[in-house]
Ligand binder design. Structure first.
Ligand SMILES: Cc1ncc(COP(=O)(O)O)c(C=O)c1O
Length: 447
């Protein structure tokens, strides 16, 4: 019941049966920082960042092409994480003014930051230009006009990529597929909007058109989807060259590489993704001619996800009879949908293990649930946990490093958990737990 393949690389189970991560016993972490607790395995997260950097640099380098890896900070961001990514020679993608400020606070140079968003405010655009971000990825005609006007008024020129909807439908769930026609992101390749936007950017005085961007979705296992998307993007670049006479220097192929959430889950490794995408871009360049573009990619979950786990304390254990026979063990923990929105939002699958001890009890079909007022408040839908799982046990849910803390809420006025980084036997707080004072400070009390 250890589900080792899903845990980050430094997780081990000691002789007394308790897990440790980064050389720190989970019981010590829970005692020191409380539960629920997000734990980030620094060595694992940085190694994943380095694996994307090295695999893509090698695979595209064979063709003499350059690749930048932008860590998609929406997956998980703190200023320390920005510092780690910089140390690993990554750039960073941000999707709001808040993410931009955190990235800058962590020392990520503005020139290495790309600003995303389908509905950026004037203030966000202005701030991005003021600090000098390396690229703004424009998502609509409204934004192109607005950005052009703001840049001219500020006496500057905005470096821009146009976000393209390639029509490739991929992703683990409808809500994380982002390149089919009927959704809110980007400008359609098929309908000609992407081309029109490129021409508008090219003609705009306040815009320096650097290239094109696409992100087809998240939790994608299919290399073929990435390859199809790359081919379509290179086709658009070739068409722009043919009609306008400009070889766009940059092509960003987005993120979305799948990770393993459960022992039977699959992942798309950086090595396989790099080799397959370099092959697809090479074939497309060969077919359409022109120079190789400067490429970039934007992995988020594949860097942060597997490096994180959540530690919960078990509270109530209940057994219910199932209509089809047998029973289900409901294991209620001290968090839930407020710290992991992914199960209720995307029907995401996770696994769990008792982390504070070994048990030789029979496995029982179990469901890990939270403490919130919703029956959909499920953390792990189906998992075998020992029949003697009991109040006070620590439960570890692996692969929660991405889209966990950043999507957390205060539903039911719970206090959002802390995030702690572990490495070489040391634990360091990255994000502190909310306090009651935080809750009170948001509440404007009447006299
Ligand atoms: C534009 C863009 N790039 C990159 C990502 C990262 O995706 P993932 O975390 O699945 O790699 C996202 C996710 O929403 C995105 O919207």
């Amino acid at each position: 019941m250890m589900t080792a393949a899903v845990f980050s690389r430094t997780v081990t189970r000691g002789e007394d049966g308790a897990l440790s991560v980064g050389g720190v016993d989970v019981r010590e972490l829970a005692g020191r920082f409380g539960t629920p607790l997000y734990v980030v395995d620094e060595e694992d997260m940085r190694a994943r960042a380095a694996a994307f950097r090295d695999s893509f640099t090698t695979a595209f380098g064979r063709h003499g092409a350059k690749v930048d890896v932008y860590y998609a900070s929406k997956a998980f961001l703190s200023s320390k994480v920005a510092r780690w990514m910089r140390a690993e020679d990554l750039c960073m993608d941000v999707a709001s003014g808040g993410e931009l400020e955190l990235a800058l606070r962590g020392g990520m140079p503005a020139s290495h930051i790309g600003l995303h968003g389908n509905n950026k405010s004037d203030a966000e655009l202005r701030r991005a230009l003021e600090v000098g971000v390396g690229r703004i990825i424009v998502d609509s005609f409204t934004e192109i006009e607005t950005l052009d006007a703001i840049a001219r008024e500020m006496g500057t020129v905005a470096p821009v990529l146009v976000r393209v909807t390639t029509g490739v439908h991929a992703g683990g769930h409808e809500y994380i597929a982002t390149s089919h026609e009927d959704q809110k992101f980007g400008l359609s390749l098929a309908a000609g909007a992407a081309f029109e936007a490129l021409v508008e950017c090219h003609d705009a005085e306040g815009i320096d058109l650097r290239g094109i961007h696409t992100h087809i979705g998240s939790q994608i296992l299919s290399l073929a989807a990435f390859q199809e998307s790359a081919e379509r993007m290179l086709g658009l670049r070739a068409a722009f060259r043919a009609e306008v006479g400009v070889d766009l220097p940059e092509v960003d192929l987005g993120g979305g590489y799948a990770i393993r959430y459960t022992p039977h889950g699959e992942e798309l490794t950086p090595q396989d993704a790099a080799a397959g995408m370099a092959e697809a871009v090479a074939a497309a360049v060969e077919k359409v001619g022109g120079s190789w573009p400067h490429l970039s990619i934007e992995p988020g979950r594949a860097i942060a996800g597997p490096a994180g786990m959540t530690l919960y304390r078990v509270g109530v254990v209940k057994r219910v009879d199932l209509d089809e026979g047998g029973e289900r063990q409901y294991v209620a923990v001290d968090g839930g949908m407020s710290d992991n929105m992914r199960t209720i939002t995307y029907e995401a699958e996770y696994t769990a293990t008792v982390a504070s001890r070994l048990s030789d009890a029979e496995p029982a079909l179990s469901r890990v649930v939270g403490k919130h007022c919703e029956s959909g408040d499920i953390v792990v839908r189906d998992v075998d946990l020992p029949h003697d799982t009991a109040r006070g046990d620590l439960l570890a849910v692996p692969a929660t490093g991405a889209y966990g803390r950043v999507m957390a809420s205060n539903y039911n006025s719970v206090l959002r958990p802390a995030v702690v980084a572990v490495r070489d036997g040391e634990a360091e707080l990255l994000v502190r737990r909310d306090t009651l004072e935080d809750l009170f400070s948001w509440d404007v009390a009447p006299d």
